[in-house]
Each structure stands twice: as C-alpha cells, then as structure tokens.
Design a protein around this ligand. Structure first.
Ligand SMILES: Cc1cc2nc3c(=O)[nH]c(=O)nc-3n(C[C@H](O)[C@H](O)[C@H](O)COP(=O)(O)OP(=O)(O)OC[C@H]3O[C@@H](n4cnc5c(N)ncnc54)[C@H](O)[C@@H]3O)c2cc1C
Length: 639
C-alpha cells in the first residue's frame, strides 16, 4: 500500500477541498485565480474532470516500448532541477542510454502561470512534508508545525517554486573550495551557471558574468508596481546601489530576476527535458517511486535500483552509475534505506549497514519572516489579486505573458544587507530582503484565494486577528531571509518503509544569533520605509496583534522575537543532508566529484550536496550542480 496516497487523501478530507477530486490535479480554494482559469477553459467546452490530462505534458517511452529496458548506462533518480539538467546533458551522446525515474507527473499549462505558484503547494504536485514539531517556532501555523513542501513532478521543485534566480556571493563559493572541495570555486561554478543561462535582462546581458546564448531563460518580471521603484530608491539613499544583484563585483539591491520566458514559467523540465524527450537514448518514467538503490554488499558497488510503478515492484540495472537527484529530503532517505548512513541509526531501524556515513546529520534551511507589513495611505499602488485577475488578464497573459499573472507571488526586488550582528570579515550579507509589491494580505478579501497565507499554513484565526483589519488593502512588505543560520537541523528515518516520510528536524532559531539577526533586519526594513520614497505613500508599520505576544510592547525587540516565532516561514532551501567534503572530512557524504564515499558507481547530484550556507535560492544552484556533475561524469567515463 502506498502510504503517501493515504497521507494526501487524509489531508484533503474536507469536502470543500475536493472540488476537483476527480481531476488529476485539484485546487482547494474557492473563487481563486485558478478557478477563473478553469472557468475560462470550461467556457471553451472542455469537461473539467478531463482537461488537466489534456493540458499535461507527456513523456512516452520511444519505439513503442511499454516498459523500460532491463539495463541502462546511467539511472538517475528524480527529474528535479538537478536531475533534469543531468539527464539532458548525459543523453547528448547518442551512444549512452539514460533512464530518468520520477515519482511525480508531468506539468500542465497551469503550472506555467507564475502567479499561481502558491497554489501548487496544496496539490499532488507537492510532497506534503512537515517538519517535526518544535516548541516556539511556527506557532501561528496549522498544528504549530512548519510545512516543508517539495516538488513532485517531472521538473521537480522547479515546477512549484517562485522562480527567483540567484547564484550566491563569490566569497561563499570560494570558501567551499577552500574547505578542500576542488572545482567548486566561484569561477568554477560561474562557468556552469553561464553554461545554462539565456539572459534577457535589459541592460545587464553584456555583463561578463552573464550569458545570452544558453537555454535557461532568466528575465525580469515584466509587470511592476511603484513600490519596487521606492525600494530601489530607498536602498540607494541608504548606500545600496541598484545593480544586477547576481553581479560578483558589487553588493546591492536590484529587480528580481526569474526563470521565466515571456512571462511563462521555465521549469527544469520545460528547458531540459521537453525537447530532449524525442531522444531514443533518454527514457523518462514519471509516476515511478524508487524504493532502494541496489548495492552489492561485498564489493560495495551500486548496480541498479528497485522501483514501484502502478503498485508493482521492479528492478533495473545500471552498467555505469546510479545517480540520486531526489532532492535534500529524499536523497538522504534513499541512501539510508539502501544501507548507507549513520551505523547506529540504521541498526536501530533494522537496516543492514553497508557504509557508515553521516547521511542526514547536517541540514541548513533559509527561513524568513513575512509579517513586517506597512500600510499605505494611497490606493491602487500594490498588487491585489481581486482586481488583477480577470478573464481579460488571463487571455492577455496567454497571448503576451506581460501582466500580473507573470508575477511570482508579487516578488519584485531583492536586496542584500549585512546587519551589525554579523561578524563576517568578508563582504558577505547575512540577510536577503525580498521586496513584495504588496504583502500577505494581497490575496485576501471576500473573493481572494488566500493562497500565500494558506501555502505557509498560517491558521485563519491567527491571520484574522493579526492582519484582518488590513486584509486586501494597499500595503508594502519586505521579507527578511536569514542567509547564514547558526541553528542546524538533521534528517533521520522514521522506519524502513520507503513510502513513509522521514523525520525532518529543523532546529530553527535555537541559536540566539539567528533571532538577533532577524530583529536587526526588521529594524533595517523600518529604516527603508522611513525614507522619502516610501513616506510619499505614507508607509506605516502595521502593529499586528498576536495573542501570545500581547505581553510585549509593540515594536520592542521582544515583540518581534515573538512575532518571528509565530510566523516562522521556510523559503524551502534545505541543503547539506548529503554534504560534500574532501576525504577525511567527518561530515562528508560525497566527495567533490559527488561520489558517495565508500560506495562504487553511486553519486548524489542535487541541492543536498551543498555543504555550507550560501546567499542563494537553491533552484539555479541545483541546475548548476546538474551541469557540473554531467561534465564530471562524462570525464570519468570518457564519453
Ligand atoms: C514553494 C517553493 C518555492 C521555492 N522558490 C524558489 C525560488 O523562487 N527560487 C529558487 O531558486 N528556489 C526556490 N525553491 C527551492 C528550489 O526550487 C529547490 O531547492 C530546487 O528546485 C531543488 O532542486 P533539486 O534538484 O535538489 O531537487 P527537486 O527539484 O526537489 O527534485 C527532486 C525530484 O526527485 C523526485 N523524487 C523524490 N523521491 C523520489 C523517489 N523515491 N523516486 C523517484 N523520484 C523521487 C521528486 O519528486 C522531485 O521531482 C523553492 C522551493 C519551494 C518548495
């Protein structure tokens, strides 16, 4: 019995949430953008229950095959951001056979719409993971649990993410290389960022760090509010130049750069698999869950995988390598299920230990605080879902891709700052500010989808009490994201059933420096809002009322700490669970060429290998890792 299905079904036992239950993809919200789009298609006379399949991409096996071959050169587990790139690059050589196994389904036209990003966290395009309960964080979320969605689709998390494109600071990658990870300096990784990139960034395309001739579109969001202008002007007043924030040469503020093309999402699947699926040597198998890597315990060499498809178990062999690209939760889980992990932990789960490695022992994440909201004394300045989304705008997006539907969750700008709490001697920021052309209240009102707050799993009662009186009004907010948390989490197995989720421990905010950095960032956001560009809109910090925080004076440090603990929101950048490190590094799972220590013919190629915190959103880095791994694998096998 596939227990994932059981979990998901239970989550949506509310009949209101089952509106499209008979469709393969369903939306739990009423009167939402999605509903409008669905209605739009409905009016074309297409049956609602069927049109998700009609809109869905497909990946049929070539040559009329109905099942995969018994053996391939390479087997890649997970068609996510990294796995899609890797499969595409390895199969460029027609003599090499590649099998790409993916638990999720192919994407649909709806996943193309950037403004719908928050909706997909409630669909079967998402692994519905939750962090283990932790006292004093996510206090305002459902069951006081932090929600950790991950993409379950051909294209992986790049199908449900917010499309923000970032690369990290040069000094951060240079530190990773200086730890002994040869080949991972900034110049090394820049080569692979550029290899993918097709930059269309007005004014910046010719920068030496950009490339206009790759395949991965990187663009500015075509639709902007006046608030992003205010953010950039305020930044300049406070000494932050307006720049290409991915530039290695300067630190500053800039317009958000996103992986979209003509206002449509450019997922890893769309860019790296869609055209490549005609290749006869690349076999892609969606809706297939890998349950184990097959490892010969005597010579400690991987020789294939076991997988479940349509309720049956199969095995398939790899002539050259098995590569795990299942992401930062499932890659360590699969290693441990296969006998590679901490010895005592595997023994406690009755799993035969093949190699004792610190799998899952380190986990960093980027959390943010979405509650620094400023009211404005003007109207129609910020984004309102209720007025922005009309049938006309839907058709206009389909035709031109240049209206509000092309805006990923109203994210408009990014700014890097270094708070006084940081003691880093290098020009490395400790906070990223994400400027929003609105705030958490933008999708409210009687007909609003409330998708963002629901995506974060903020309890209705908590939200209404905190922000109810400003719901759907004009606001500005900046989310501070903690770039280098000192608190460290971990992942373990709950049991040896591959269909059960592992135990995910975030340990958020357990180091006092993390709270101090957040509070310093909120003070800085208040400074930004106090500048003339924001004061001309009458920006005022909104005194959100959280029941557990009432004993603290509004705007005191203690109040903000309490507020952060109420609305602790991940930005979904879990890393380091299959940490990369040089030989002899006691925390390393893979070597700098991403080979699993002690096991032959097995690599991990995804965001789980990133060993240290970096100032990144992890999608572009995962694709970069896929590009770099492809070259390393080609070098190993002289292909
Ligand atoms: C809601 C959300 C918003 C985000 N926004 C941004 C953003 O704006 N910008 C950004 O840079 N990053 C963002 N991220 C993070 C970023 O998208 C991910 O870190 C990145 O896509 C991870 O790539 P990956 O290759 O490591 O793993 P994934 O892309 O997660 O790929 C792993 C794949 O493996 C599959 N898989 C797992 N287990 C199995 C199994 N047993 N068998 C077969 N297949 C399996 C999964 O279904 C998945 O398709 C966001 C993440 C989320 C969840």
């Amino acid at each position: 019995k596939n227990k994932y299905e059981t979990t998901n079904n239970n989550l949506f036992s509310d009949p209101k949430m089952n509106r499209f239950r008979n469709g393969r993809l369903f939306f739990p919200y009423q009167h939402s953008i999605a509903d409008s789009i669905l209605e739009a298609f409905g009016r074309k006379g297409i049956n609602t229950a069927d049109y998700f399949e009609f809109l869905r991409d497909s990946y049929d096996l070539p040559d009329g095959l109905t099942s995969p071959l018994p053996e391939y050169d390479f087997i890649i587990v997970g068609a996510g951001s990294a796995g899609s790139v890797l499969a595409s690059r390895l199969s460029e050589n027609k003599n090499i056979t590649v099998l790409l196994l993916e638990a999720g389904k192919p994407e649909t036209l709806l996943t193309d719409v950037p403004a719908l990003a928050p909706y997909f966290q409630a669909t079967d395009y998402t692994w519905q993971y939750y962090m283990e309960p932790q006292h004093g964080v996510c206090m305002g979320m459902t069951n006081e649990r932090c929600f950790w969605p991950r993409g379950k689709a051909v294209g992986g998390t790049s199908v449900i993410n917010y499309m923000i494109y970032t690369r990290g600071r040069p000094q951060e990658w240079d530190r990773i290389a200086a730890d002994g990870n040869y080949g991972w300096s900034y110049n090394d990784v820049l080569h692979y960022y550029k290899k993918s990139e097709k930059a269309d960034l007005d004014g910046y395309e010719m920068n030496h760090s950009r490339n206009r001739n790759g395949v991965l579109p990187v663009q500015f969001v075509p639709k902007r509010t006046k608030l992003i202008k205010a953010f950039l002007e305020a930044g300049a007043i406070l000494g932050h130049p307006t720049i290409d924030y991915n530039s290695p040469d300067q630190l500053g503020f800039g317009y958000v750069q996103v992986t979209t093309e003509g206002g449509h999402r450019a997922s890893a699947a769309k860019v790296f698999l869609h055209k490549q699926k005609k290749r006869r040597n690349l076999h892609i198998l969606p809706e297939t869950i890998v349950t184990k890597v097959l490892i010969d315990p005597y010579n400690k060499t991987a020789y294939g995988v076991e997988f479940s498809r349509n309720g049956r178990l199969y095995t398939v062999s790899a002539r050259k390598e098995v590569i795990l690209s299942a992401g930062p939760i499932a890659s360590p889980q699969l290693l441990m299920l296969s006998g590679v992990g901490p010895k005592d932990h595997l023994n406690s789960k009755d799993i035969h230990v093949i190699e004792d490695l610190p799998v899952g022992k380190t986990l960093y994440d980027h959390i943010c605080f979405p509650g620094t909201i400023f009211t404005l004394n003007v109207t129609n300045v910020s984004i309102h879902e209720s007025t922005a989304i009309t049938l006309t705008s839907i058709f206009s997006w389909l035709r031109n891709g240049d209206n509000e539907l092309s805006t990923p969750g109203a994210v408009e700008g990014i700014g890097y700052i270094k708070t006084p709490i940081s003691n880093d001697p290098e020009p490395i920021p400790d906070i990223e500010l994400i400027s929003i052309g609105g705030s958490l209240v933008a999708d409210g009102g009687p007909s609003g989808s409330k998708a963002v707050r629901r995506g974060m799993r903020i309890r209705k009662q908590v939200f209404d009490q905190a922000f109810g009186s400003i719901d759907d009004t004009d606001t500005w907010s900046a989310f501070p994201m903690l770039l280098h948390p000192k608190s460290v989490g971990y992942i373990e197995l709950k049991d040896k059933n591959p269909f059960n989720y592992p135990k995910m421990v975030g340990n958020y905010l357990t180091d006092p420096t993390d709270i101090a950095t957040f509070v310093a960032a909120i003070r800085y956001i208040q400074k930004i809002a106090a500048t003339e560009p924001f004061q001309k809109f009458g920006a005022r910090i909104y005194p959100a009322d959280y029941l557990p925080c009432r004993s603290f004076e509004f705007d005191s440090d203690a109040y903000w700490e309490c507020a952060i603990r109420m609305l602790t929101a991940t930005l979904h950048h879990q890393i380091a669970t299959c940490r990369m490190g040089p030989a002899g590094d006691p925390q390393a799972v893979v070597d700098p060429e991403l080979r699993v220590y002690g096991i032959g013919r097995l690599r991990v190629v995804d965001s789980s290998i990133i060993p240290r915190t970096v100032s990144i959103h992890t999608n572009a880095p995962a694709m970069m890792i896929g590009e770099k791994a492809a070259d390393m694998i080609k070098a190993t096998w002289s292909i």
